[in-house]
Design a protein around this ligand. Structure first.
Ligand SMILES: NC(=O)c1ccc[n+]([C@@H]2O[C@H](COP(=O)([O-])OP(=O)(O)OC[C@H]3O[C@@H](n4cnc5c(N)ncnc54)[C@H](OP(=O)(O)O)[C@@H]3O)[C@@H](O)[C@H]2O)c1
Length: 175
């Protein structure tokens, strides 16, 4: 199973604008369509509770949504068996649980706290990054305040609109 981290970022590395939680307020239509398609094709999706709360993720029999939270009880009423699960497992435990479960890929959709936890544990195989030609100055980066030293290799890139939004895919080079 391949573990893929997906984000949309500005040229100055921001994945949120000035603290505004809704990415769709600034990302291009092309990225939003691409992201929707990637979500539709993913049977296993992992995210942090803040990302879950910032967006709308509906349960569906076609996919399993795993939300990492240390306050599992708070979300109990939202759980749908096999479709929407809240857990306090660590990224290592989640990866180990699904490793041999026949999923082609596990999509990690953020946010930065969860992304950093997965990156720190060297659990990410590919980074799918959309780069929007924008600069925000303040806002969050997808890797938060931690020393990392990760090398990647470009697999794919595509310019998807006139302004120059780039959809890219990188493989993480294993040490
Ligand atoms: N640009 C993009 O592509 C993109 C993608 C995704 C998200 N975002 C944005 O990012 C923001 C949310 O990101 P975020 O970093 O604040 O939150 P996050 O990574 O979505 O969630 C972090 C929360 O998850 C829980 N958690 C459980 N296990 C954890 C672990 N091992 N490590 C870290 N956290 C764990 C904690 O909350 P509990 O209190 O529940 O335990 C923690 O506060 C939103 O504004 C969202 O729109 C942007």
């Amino acid at each position: 199973m391949k573990t893929i981290l997906i984000f949309v970022s500005t040229l100055d590395g921001k994945v949120t604008k000035w603290g505004e939680p809704h990415v769709s307020a600034w990302s291009s239509h092309q990225d939003q369509d691409y992201y929707k398609n990637v979500l539709k094709e993913s049977g296993l999706i992992v995210m942090g509770s803040n990302t879950f709360n910032a967006d709308t993720f509906k349960p569906s029999p076609n996919r399993q949504l795993i939300i990492l939270t240390r306050h599992h009880d708070k979300y109990k009423s939202l759980e749908v068996a096999g479709q929407l699960e809240f857990t306090n497992e660590s990224p290592l435990e989640i990866s180990a649980r699904f490793k041999n479960k026949c999923h082609k890929q596990m999509l990690v959709v953020g946010g930065p706290h969860i992304a950093t936890s997965f990156l720190k544990e060297e659990l990410i195989d590919e980074l799918w990054l959309t780069i929007e030609p924008k600069i925000f100055g303040t806002g969050g980066n997808f890797a938060t305040d931690v020393n990392l030293d990760i090398n990647l290799r470009l697999l794919y890139f595509e310019k998807v609109n006139e302004q120059g939004t780039l959809i890219t895919k990188y493989a993480v080079l294993k040490k």
